[in-house]
Design a protein around this ligand. Structure first.
Ligand SMILES: Nc1ncnc2c1ncn2[C@@H]1O[C@H](COP(=O)(O)OP(=O)(O)OP(=O)(O)O)[C@@H](O)[C@H]1O
Length: 352
């Protein structure tokens, strides 16, 4: 459904300053996949999505989206895709239902089909009671559902969602996702989304593509990434025979030796009565270690199997936390984010 090779975007901000927003991305997305693109601020997620949706032209590289080349046949790409951007695309004075119909008409649907599709989407996205409301009167979550309806009115095979749930409360996010996943199942859609929410990428996506400084630095299932890049952590607490610190310390040291023998165990550390280690599968490791400890006369008082998060994955990959917002952008000059007038000449041309 998507194939990119060496996809690159430089923004020439001034004669002395070029932002290397996307630095040669190779990405393949199969039909029906749900892929989350994850990365810190300024990583190049939106720029990549804007190239794939033909809103801006790449500086270099190739990309085929839904069977059409983005630079030579952008109209064919646009017919096959839906795009829900970061801002609210919906106008402010139209009524919700009219907005969807108008969008359908823009995509070349005849009036009847546009109305029928709008009707279906109002039901599917729980917008029916709001159909006659002005867009400006809708809440953030309702607006976001309307945005999704606008992205889906021409029944695209491929849907791009740029941070679909940013700013929504947890319940509204969950509700929006229920709707999106149901529609995806009904229509057999391919979905590519960007998100800042690690849990969202973790639970919704079958595949997570981690982007940093304009490059793909990891690409796997969330579980695969965690297994190979972060690993589980095992934390065991020993109980001393009579509670004396010396006994506890020596029991912990002996337990650490046992843990170190677990195949694949690494970073084994002892902190007073606690032994901690990285292992491939912590829950599966606990019983064997507890039995071996007991056979050696060591009582394990508590055992915790700690699964890594995608943030641990990002930390392992980059040494930074994804939760630290405001990662510095890559540029050969000053920070373009500091200059609100900085725009890409190509963007201006495309927007015109
Ligand atoms: N029109 C533009 N002109 C100049 N620089 C730009 C332009 N658009 C994006 N950039 C820069 O390109 C880099 C990548 O931006 P992009 O919006 O793709 O990041 P992102 O990963 O989507 O970030 P966020 O999570 O904050 O939305 C940033 O350094 C950004 O400042």
């Amino acid at each position: 459904m998507i194939r990119t090779r060496g996809l690159t975007k430089d923004f020439v901000v001034s004669r002395t300053e070029t932002v290397h927003a996307v630095r040669g991305i190779d990405l393949d997305v199969a039909p029906g996949e749900l892929v989350a693109v994850l990365g810190p601020n300024g990583a190049g997620k939106t720029t990549t999505m804007r190239m794939l949706t033909t809103l801006i032209r790449p500086t270099a590289g190739t990309a085929t989206v839904a069977g059409a080349e983005i630079t030579t046949d952008p109209a064919a790409v646009r017919r096959s895709i839906g795009y829900v951007g970061q801002g609210n695309g919906a106008g402010h004075v139209q009524r919700a239902a009219d907005e969807i119909v108008a969008q359908g008409r823009i995509y070349g649907l005849d009036a009847r089909t546009a109305r029928r599709r709008a009707d279906d989407l109002l039901d599917a996205l729980d917008l029916r009671p709001l159909a006659r409301r002005k867009v400006s009167d809708l809440s953030g979550g309702q607006r976001r559902r309307l945005d999704v309806a606008l992205g889906l009115v021409h029944a695209p095979r491929l849907l791009f969602l740029d941070e679909p749930s940013t700013g929504l409360d947890p319940q509204t996010r969950a509700n929006l996702w229920d709707h999106i996943l149901r529609l995806r199942a009904e229509r057999d859609m391919t979905i590519v989304l960007t998100t800042h929410y690690l849990d969202e990428a973790d639970t919704m996506a079958e595949r997570v593509v981690v982007v940093d400084h304009g490059r793909v630095i990891a690409d796997d299932t969330a579980d695969g990434l965690k297994r190979t890049l972060a690993g589980d952590r095992l934390v065991l607490e020993v109980a001393g025979d009579d509670g004396r610190p010396a006994d506890v310390g020596s029991a912990a040291a002996r337990l650490a030796e046992l843990v170190a023998r677990v195949p694949g165990a690494r970073d084994v550390t002892v902190d007073r009565s606690a032994v901690s280690a990285r292992v491939a599968d912590a829950p599966a490791t606990v019983p064997g270690v507890v039995v071996a400890a007991s056979a050696a006369g060591i009582t394990v008082a508590t055992a915790q199997a700690i699964r890594p998060t995608l943030d641990d994955v990002f930390l392992a990959l980059t040494g930074r936390s994804l939760r630290d917002e405001g990662a510095p952008p890559d540029s050969t000059g000053a920070d373009p984010a500091a200059d609100p007038t900085a725009t890409d000449p190509q963007t201006r041309k495309d927007a015109a």
